[in-house]
Design a protein around this ligand. Structure first.
Ligand code: 5GP
Ligand code: MN
Length: 317
């Protein structure tokens, strides 16, 4: 697999790099690290992000020239299209079907639920992050890790391991991060950018969200929700909710934490986190979503009470 990707990189000239909607640190960090890697090989690389980069990831070094950072789906051809950290093809966002016309698809990911939609699929569910898989790929390709690449890879591993707290915090993840700090990455600066640079409106919304907390099944399941009105009243954006579900996961003795966020009138996005043995990816899969065993998401239609009932029934099995 690595050899086939190497051939694509060495034999191609124009590359498109993209990822999933609802950008997170691994999505942006992976795209930008691959961008710098290809640029270092004198290739033309373009990054397509459907969504705006969330405020906390805007410090990540990416393409300086706007023409290399696209927010509309390109219509021209590329030698290879890299789709990173994206478990399902439709998670690239609206118009994803057209990507197949843009070129040969290389799908690189670490989600256990990945549907192998690429022409080549490099999937490693034991990797802490997609950026970790890329780090190995860069070494295989003989590409030196630059400072720009290092910041992106470090941030991706930091955020996808929940600040080195989740099960995917492996000796390998630490050893890569050790190498990246030797290249010049400063963990304290990155932690400040990612975890201590929030707008105050985020905390107004967090307060309202924590007030909705309910427990079920003898306190084993905890659910909080956010309605469109709550966003409006606190002048908060959707991206401000990144990390909310991790707060409620901190409650002692629970098995599953769920954050339900209103997307449209009768449509909700669920973020699920497991602290015990429950595989939340398989629960989310039943609703057309996916993710990892201990962190997954999906969308459910209906009013808020119906959504809660349906997810609780799915957990009961
Ligand atoms: P979050 O709850 O933070 O949005 O997502 C948790 C994990 O599940 C992430 O790895 C994310 O990529 C994945 N995920 C979230 N929503 C979906 C979805 O609708 N489909 C799939 N396949 N994965 C999802
Ligand atoms: Mn990831």
């Amino acid at each position: 697999m690595l050899k086939q990707i190497k051939d694509r990189v060495e034999g191609g000239k124009r590359f498109l790099i993209t990822t999933h909607i609802d950008l997170d640190g691994d999505a942006v960090g992976s795209c930008f690290s691959l961008y710098w890697a290809l640029i270092s090989q004198k290739k033309d690389a373009y990054v397509y992000l459907k969504d705006m980069i969330p405020y906390k990831y805007r410090f990540l070094p990416g393409p300086k020239e706007p023409r290399y950072l696209l927010n509309t789906m390109p219509e021209d051809r590329f030698d290879t299209v890299f789709v990173l950290d994206c478990g399902d093809f439709h998670r690239v966002g609206k118009g994803y079907e057209n990507l197949k016309n843009n070129g040969f698809i290389v799908n690189i990911d670490h989600h256990s639920t990945n549907s192998s939609f690429g022409n080549l699929n490099l999937i490693d569910e034991d990797a802490s992050s997609t950026a970790e898989i890329l780090y190995d790929l860069f070494r295989y390709l003989g590409i030196d890790i630059s400072y720009e690449m290092a910041i992106n890879i470090y941030t991706a591993i930091l955020t996808d391991t929940g600040s080195f707290r989740y099960d995917n915090t492996t000796p390998k993840a630490f050893s890569i991060c050790g190498h990246l700090t030797r290249i010049g990455v400063r963990p304290s600066s990155i932690a400040t950018m990612v975890y201590e640079s929030h707008p105050k409106e985020r905390f107004i919304l967090l307060g309202k969200t924590l007030n909705t907390l309910e427990t079920y099944k003898d306190g084993k399941i905890v659910i909080a929700h956010i309605t469109s009105d709550m966003f409006y009243d606190s002048k908060a954006l959707e991206e401000f909710t990144d990390g909310f579900v991790e707060y409620i996961k901190e409650i002692d003795g629970i098995d599953i934490a769920i954050l339900i966020r209103q997307i449209e009138n009768s449509r909700y996005k669920l973020s699920m986190r497991s602290k015990g043995e429950v595989d939340v990816a398989s629960i989310c899969r039943a609703f057309g979503g996916g993710g990892h065993k201990k962190a997954a998401g999906c969308y459910i239609n209906g009013d808020i009470e119906t959504v809660k009932r349906r997810v609780l029934e799915a957990i009961e099995g």
